[in-house]
Design a protein around this ligand. Sequence first.
Ligand code: PLP
Length: 470
Amino acid sequence: MSDEAAEMERLLDGFWPYRKTTTTYRQIPSSPVSRTEILIQIADMAHREDEQGDRGTVSGSLYCGDHDHYAFLGDIFTLFSHANVLQRDMYPSATKFEAEIIAMTSDLLHGTNVGVVTSGGSESLITALYSYREFAQETRGVTKPNVVMPITAHVALDKGAHWMGIEVRHAPLTDGYVVDVAAMADLIDDQTIALVGSAANYAHGLIDPIEEIATLAQSRGIGMHVDGCLGGWLLPWVERLGYDVPLWDFRVPGVTSISADTHKYGYALKGSSVLLYRDKDLRKSQYFAYPDWPGGLYLSPGLAGSRSGGIIASTWAAILATGESGYLDAADAIMRTATAITAGIRSDVPELEVIGDPTFLVAFKSAGELDIYLVNDSLKAQGWRMNALQLPAALHFCVTRPNTSDGKAAEFLQALRAAVDYATEHKGEPAESGAMYGFGGTPQGNQTLMAAMSGVLDAMHEVAPEMPTA
Ligand SMILES: Cc1ncc(COP(=O)(O)O)c(C=O)c1O
């Protein structure tokens, strides 16, 4: 096989690993495939894909890792999977589940019991942005809305702003890698609809100076959203355990909304998040009512139309089945692991620098000449899956429950040491992981990258290409 053909094989195997072992359906099968066969195929894929996560060598992504818990939530999901909670007369239980999810999250974050349940962090963030835009339009006549946020704020906000015609004004970071609040102040004008801070941010796991941002927001008469999608269901327990966590929730007066994902450290199934507001007026801005539709009086709280009762019921069940003591135990294990990793890098890997002062997510970059993506290549080869960052080039390890088993932190530090040695030995060679990042930063580079990135999205929505028969 030529080098080119081998590279093409590798690419195809990466995207469509099952193309040689399963039937690729390009049209609906003419008669039903047996349930047994379907189940066998799916179970095989699921088990195969769970292997790495279950080894506890993956950063973030999987937050709980307890298959008994997943099975229990799956049972609950089944009971309501087919229920459309839009039809509340048929499914009043949804009101109980949803209201109680909001109440419990609000209690955790010292809120006022005003919120909505969404499908995930992105929907919570985009919905918050929408509410601020509508609210600003209605109360202040804002027609050219902008939002001021750290460059590290989650990219879903950029996506939402793009969809809704909101200008994003990115504020730079301080040397400590949290947002520069003075720079934020300079970016605000009379069309600013809200300020944003993260607790904690995705890239470096750091908590922005929420109290300062909130004070600034109050002084300018605008609201402030805290993106607690990642940390919202973890930091309260970390604080209760006695770790030093700055105030970031509704105890801070200028904070007007918070997103907190139940499908991350809330240990619910994927597809749920909570968006809390300080007051009902702001929440009302996200409601949609249309009385003139021939289909009937239409009323909808957010983006989704039909929603499965399964996700709401199972999220409620996840919170109950974990309980305060369960969340505290998990947070304790997570913090012990993350603290050991942070300390280990600082003391034993001088080639690397830990970014800022982390809690549960540890980001690290080269302290000198080392190519951090070569480090990632070696970690990958050793079975560890980190998240690759850019600007600056770095990696992060978001510690979750599956990473907390005995000896995992030491195992990781050992792998990291070997990876740094590998990167030192292979200095100057092109890294495989994160290599695309090098392209960015120039107009041509970004254009090339964006074309490649949309090609990837196309591929993710297509079946494996038919291969010519030999
Ligand atoms: C800080 C933060 N905000 C928002 C999101 C987006 O959440 P989701 O992937 O559920 O849309 C993430 C995801 O990791 C995150 O870390």
